[in-house]
Design a protein around this ligand. Structure first.
Ligand SMILES: *[C@@H]1O[C@H](CO)[C@@H](O)[C@H](O)[C@H]1NC(C)=O
Ligand SMILES: *[C@@H]1O[C@H](CO)[C@@H](O)[C@H](O)[C@H]1NC(C)=O
Ligand SMILES: *[C@@H]1O[C@H](CO)[C@@H](O)[C@H](O)[C@H]1NC(C)=O
Ligand SMILES: *[C@@H]1O[C@H](CO)[C@@H](O)[C@H](O)[C@H]1NC(C)=O
Ligand SMILES: *[C@@H]1O[C@H](CO)[C@@H](O)[C@H](O)[C@H]1NC(C)=O
Ligand SMILES: *[C@@H]1O[C@H](CO)[C@@H](O)[C@H](O)[C@H]1NC(C)=O
Length: 811
């Protein structure tokens, strides 16, 4: 990046400066926490298209909450979030379980305040808001609404994990009422209108004036069409039970625009129920939610926000939960904007997967029954295995064993570990990366789940193909198919090491992803003392499979058809192209480097990748790529690139994320990168060193006595590293292991204003620094060098992994 682009970096930060909205009143700013105050929940809500938006909403809830609450400005569906910062009307306050913009809603409920004539339909009930009046924090939200028949409603919102808490103050309005919208017309499909269909999921609502309650349910589950056919979760319902603090003056029900006063029960399409409150001016309501029953929704309410608990108390407990996490990282140096981006990323990274057990019991969509235990939904594993999971292992270790146990329950109940589990599996994206989640956790010392069952489950991933593998493409969001898992394992991968492009979709990506998953299974097998021959089998496949699709004529990965023919350079990729995927062998970068002609040629190919605009940080396949420079002897280039990427893809304000958050992965990249580390190969337990952003970061890791202090004096001005020590031991390679730092200690970076030879162990590379750009090839394909054309097992520098496992095929 050099000096001139470093100053661009600083000025960009300056110009993107964005003031956070209104600060909360004193009572909602407790406990004090500068870290929580730095969170801007609007970050990631903007963007022109679903793809270019973070897909995040300014929701109110504690970490990993079952139900998150948000002012509803739109009807949400796959590709549409319930809040859009450009909207000027609020149609109610929604308890949502939509974990990502490309995922659907399930079992939501909307609380709608109003005054005068009761309006139930989405369109009619919208009230203009004073956009600037909004107070938006993780634990408290408020807004001024213009009531439809005059006057104002001041709406305030907080929530615990399973219970929403709202307070409405009516000022100069007609008779106040609050409606609970139990079911709604819902959009199934995606933003493509030709595929979208409106359906009316069944719902029910009933009023109990004696208990001051309105309770009900709906069967809405927008992703049901892509669920594996063998587990339809037929009985799924989202239940709610709302309890008011104010006696009902009158009540009634509604159905798709028709309001019926003096009626207490209704069921069917687009139903709701309401109560009116006479001359009361302040109405408070707590809404228990459940996936089990109305009784559970009520008992969740009684447990989390018992009668008498004020909105201030609720907000205090939720803010405390965020502070308990966010206060663990204290930053010195950097700008306000960088801290906003960092702590908002931290806030995003601790939302999913979301807990769905209700004090000892949970609804299993796989068996369609209530089970005992702890459970989580909302696993976007193709995204989160990269860095978001590593962040959870660091900062939510108390939950990781339960998250794994939940995955193992999915395995027991549905037959497979999750890929993208929401209420049940959704088959979105490819690979069985739960293998990686479990292996990484084990490598990092996580205990507290059934290890034998875990190995059984990953072993199945690696050995059992999906149903009808021979004649099913398992294409993206394909309907009417069974669990996708390793589609193509049976047709060719197990036999030849690649997935046939003429049989399966996304075959090139699958080949590389399955190879990495095989590596995870091998490492897990090794940790659990499985027979060497079994470990070797998976490790050998992990190390050979990627290169079955390396086209030595072009220097790129390329999918193949069943007969071995190349499928064409654009075929077989998912959410990436041949550029990104040709760098996708994170578990054996040495061999990849050898295939691409050795360090120098590899670095050149990275330069072309970046210089010609092929790196797409908005999508996950590019996330690890800037860190590969460091593994090819050019840590200085990693140091430049990661700063450049952070500058170009993370901002304050609604447009702050250039790509979908994907349950925390987009932010986890920033969080690790800002600390100067990134888990390129998560299962290795190593982090590759980048370039820390802040002069000092003090981290209190949960359960660890001594803090981890990452010092990098001058990091705001200097991006290069000239020396690195941990507890005074010199670190000479750009690698830091989890074991080393996970118990705390002092990681000290000495920064430099120009590229250095730190972390290189090669004289030739050091010499290249004198004229850094002179050697760059401007054309691609890079002609395969001598090394690249030699089968990899004869190449010189690819032995580390194989030898470690006694697998050196030269013997
Ligand atoms: C938000 O609304 C604006 C205006 O309708 C629209 O252009 C934009 O695409 C929306 N954003 C998202 C993420 O849906
Ligand atoms: C947006 O993402 C969807 C889902 O991954 C994909 O089908 C679509 O092609 C993407 N659109 C653009 C413009 O990138
Ligand atoms: C609900 O009302 C809308 C608009 O009046 C109508 O088009 C739709 O058919 C109704 N749906 C049901 C299920 O009654
Ligand atoms: C795939 O093959 C199975 C039998 O092996 C058959 O039952 C099924 O109908 C086939 N599906 C398609 C789409 O051809
Ligand atoms: C390539 O770079 C790596 C990382 O610096 C180094 O360990 C390796 O020895 C280099 N290989 C060659 C052949 O120089
Ligand atoms: C290049 O790859 C092909 C397989 O696609 C292989 O047959 C050939 O031996 C390779 N060439 C060299 C020089 O390694």
């Amino acid at each position: 990046m050099g000096v001139s682009s470093l100053s661009t970096w600083i000025s960009l930060l300056h110009f993107s400066a964005y003031a956070l909205g209104k600060s909360p009143p004193e009572a909602f700013a407790q406990p004090p926490s500068a870290q929580v105050d730095s969170v801007d929940p609007l970050i990631g809500n903007g963007g022109d298209t679903p793809n270019s938006s973070g897909g995040m909403i300014p929701s109110t809830a504690p970490p990993f909450a079952m139900t998150r609450w948000v002012a509803q400005t739109r009807q949400n569906y796959v590709s549409m979030t319930p809040y859009n910062h450009t909207d000027t009307k609020v149609h109610g306050f929604q308890g949502t379980r939509q974990p990502a913009i490309w995922m659907g809603e399930s079992g939501q409920v909307v609380v709608v305040p109003g005054a005068g004539t009761v309006k139930d339909t989405f369109k009619e009930r919208g009230m203009t808001i004073d956009v600037d009046s909004q107070v938006i924090t993780p634990s408290y939200y408020s807004v001024d609404l213009q009531a439809l028949e005059g006057g104002k409603i001041f709406a305030e919102q907080s929530a615990t994990s399973r219970v929403g808490h709202l307070r409405f103050t009516f000022d100069g309005t007609q008779t106040p009422y609050v409606l609970l919208s139990a079911s709604r017309p819902t959009i199934i499909g995606s933003d493509d209108p030709s595929r979208a269909t409106i359906i009316y999921p069944e719902g029910s609502a009933s009023v109990s004036p004696e208990k001051k309650e309105i309770c009900g349910w709906n069967k809405e589950r927008q992703d049901s069409i892509i669920a594996p056919i063998s587990t339809p979760a037929k009985g799924f319902k989202g239940y709610f039970c709302a309890r008011f603090d104010t006696p009902f003056e009158s009540w009634g029900v509604s159905s798709n625009g028709t309001v019926t006063p003096n009626s207490a029960d209704i069921s069917g399409a687009a139903v709701g129920a309401y109560a009116t409150f006479g001359s009361s001016r302040v109405v408070e309501v707590r809404i228990g939610t459940s996936l089990i029953s109305i009784e559970r929704a009520r008992s969740n309410l009684d447990k989390e926000i018992p009668d008498g608990m004020t909105l201030e108390n609720t907000a205090l407990s939720t803010r405390s939960a965020w502070a308990e996490k966010l206060d663990r990282i204290r930053i010195e140096g950097g700008t306000d904007e960088q801290r906003q981006i960092f702590y908002t990323g931290f806030f995003h990274a601790l939302q999913y997967p979301y807990e769905v057990d209700e004090y000892g019991h949970y609804y299993s969509g796989y068996t369609d029954s209530v089970k005992e235990g702890i459970s989580y939904n909302g696993y976007s594993i193709w995204d989160t295995y990269r860095a978001a999971w590593a962040w959870l292992i660091f900062f939510a270790p108390e939950r990781v064993p339960d998250m794994i146990t939940s995955m193992l329950q999915d395995y027991k109940e549905g037959g497979w570990l999750p890929m993208w589990k929401n209420v049940i599996e959704t088959n979105i994206m490819v690979g069985t990366h739960a293998d990686s989640l479990i292996a990484e956790a084990v490598v990092k010392g996580v205990k507290g789940f059934d290890e034998a069952l875990a190995y059984e489950a990953v072993y199945k991933d690696a050995t059992v193909p999906p149903r009808n593998d021979h004649n099913t493409s398992y294409s993206d969001r394909e309907e009417g198919v069974d669990y996708e898992v390793r589609a193509g394992l049976g047709t060719l991968y197990a036999q030849k090491g690649y997935v046939a492009n003429d049989i399966h979709s996304e075959s090139g990506s699958r080949t590389l992803d399955y190879a990495y998953d095989d590596y995870a299974v091998a490492i897990l097998g090794q940790h659990f003392g499985k027979p060497g021959s079994e470990v070797d089998k998976f490790m050998k496949r992990a190390l050979t499979a990627p290169f079955t699709i390396f086209n030595n004529e072009t220097g790129f990965m390329e999918a193949r058809n069943a007969n071995g023919d190349w499928a064409g350079e654009t075929a077989g990729w998912t959410e990436g192209d041949k550029w990104a995927y040709s760098f996708d062998v994170v578990h054996d970068v040495d061999t990849l480097i050898a295939y691409r002609g050795g360090n120098v040629s590899f670095v050149e190919s990275l330069d072309v990748h970046f210089d010609d605009g092929h790196n797409d940080h908005t999508n996950e396949p590019s996330h690890h790529i800037p860190y590969l420079y460091a593994l090819a002897g050019r840590p200085d280039k990693t140091q430049e690139k990661v700063r450049e990427i952070a500058t170009n893809n993370y901002f304050t304000g609604p447009e702050g994320l250039t790509g979908n958050e994907d349950c925390g992965q987009m932010s986890a990249w920033y969080l690790f990168t800002a600390l100067g580390l990134y888990p390129v190969n998560p299962v290795s337990g190593d982090y590759v060193v980048g370039s820390p952003f802040f002069s000092k970061v003090t981290i209190d890791l949960p359960g660890v006595k001594q803090p981890l202090v990452i010092s990098a004096p001058g990091a705001d001005k200097h991006e290069y590293i000239q020396r690195l020590t941990f507890n005074q031991d010199l670190i000479e390679h750009p690698i830091v292991s989890h074991d080393m730092i996970a118990k705390g200690g002092n990681l000290i970076f000495e920064m430099a204003g120009r590229p250095t030879t730190w972390g290189t162990d090669n004289i030739h590379i050091a010499n290249m620094l004198v004229t850094p750009h002179a050697h760059i090839l401007s054309t691609i394909p890079v002609p395969p060098s001598k090394h690249a054309t030699v089968p990899f097992w004869k190449a010189e520098h690819s032995w580390t992994n194989l030898r470690m496992l006694g697998l050196d095929p030269r013997k």
